[in-house]
Every structure is written in C-alpha cells, then in structure tokens.
Design a protein around this ligand. Structure first.
Ligand SMILES: [Zn+2]
Length: 69
C-alpha cells in the first residue's frame, strides 16, 4: 500500500454489529433488537450502530498493524 502515499484500510463489515466492543465476544444473541446491543458475555450495553462503528475501527487498526509487519 506504500505506493498510494496514504492510508487505506478495507474493513469487512460482516457481523461487526454482533461483536462486543468491550470483550470481543461475538454472538447473534448480542443483538436483540435493531437499535440496541447487549453483550450476553460481559453485559456491555450500547447503541448497536455505535458498537458496530467501534468494531469497524478496531478491525481497521488491526489490519493496519498487520500490514506493517
Ligand atoms: Zn462483552
């Protein structure tokens, strides 16, 4: 990616809304409704859209670190 001179990270959006941003436990049961998120593992509660956005950010950072190795 160095030739672009910038930073671009492709993040697969699949199932991000089902993964807990606090403990990273992933389960369809975490997403009880469209608007709310409740982790069945640690009890973390969040607006589902915000939780998904946090997970996408984490994935992007992970991929960026992996590409630098
Ligand atoms: Zn959790």
């Amino acid at each position: 990616m160095a030739w672009t001179g910038g930073l671009f990270v492709a993040v697969p959006p699949h199932h991000t809304s089902q993964t807990c941003p606090a403990c990273f436990y992933k389960s369809a049961d975490n997403r009880k409704t469209q608007a709310s998120f409740l982790c069945t593992h640690c009890g973390y509660a969040e607006n589902a859209d915000i939780g998904g956005a946090i997970n996408v950010l984490h994935r992007g950072l992970d991929l960026r670190e992996a590409s630098n190795q």
